[in-house]
Design a binder for this molecule. Sequence first.
Ligand code: CA
Length: 240
Amino acid sequence: MWPALVHRVVFVVGNVMRLLIVEDEPKTAELLKTALMKGGYESAFAVDGDSGLKQAVEGTFDALVCDIMLPKLDGLSLVRELRRRGIMTPVLMLSARGEVEQRVEGLDAGADDYLPKPFATSELLARVRSLLRRNSLKKAALLSADDLHFDPVTRETRRAGRRVELSSREALLLECLLKAEGAVVSRRDIISAVWEYDFDPGTNLVEVYVRRLRDKIDRDHAEPLIQTVRGLGYALRPQP
Ligand code: CA
């Protein structure tokens, strides 16, 4: 038991990237496994689309390498379903069919890159590296406070891992509070950021939207993040 435990700890400390490979052909799966191990990645396997989807949803992976033709659930449907659930793990699609339509279909479904089979190990590793690099840049652009994460580009919002659907005004309000990094934002600054008015229309617009946003991000959580600072405005930070 001890060696296994130590092994895990080393992986966590070393921050090894973990990939999920969804591939039904044993030969290709073996090839991928060897190549990715050489590249310094840890990998998990699924041999059909159903179990691939299950693992991708339940586990934490830095990227997926997914074949298109798979038993039970094809790779395109798998990626579509992942994206529908708000899971944005980068996906490299593999396919024996190198036609343009397949490539377009894969990218439309939400895949990030495409590699036709057969492939050279060096190209596979280069694609995986570039996928992970792009993803870490994307992650760096996220705005966060405590367990709340917001992507200003896609407006994807999550609290404690759960996806929150926001209207565009609500997203602008959240963005403006998050950008202040816990500092108080005045009503006037909120009005200017969310509605682009350079005056306070004197309505309860701000209060209404703050209430809506609270309903969505704070209601089911013990620690509310949106604080009212009487006479000054609002701040987004954990309660002192
Ligand atoms: Ca296949």
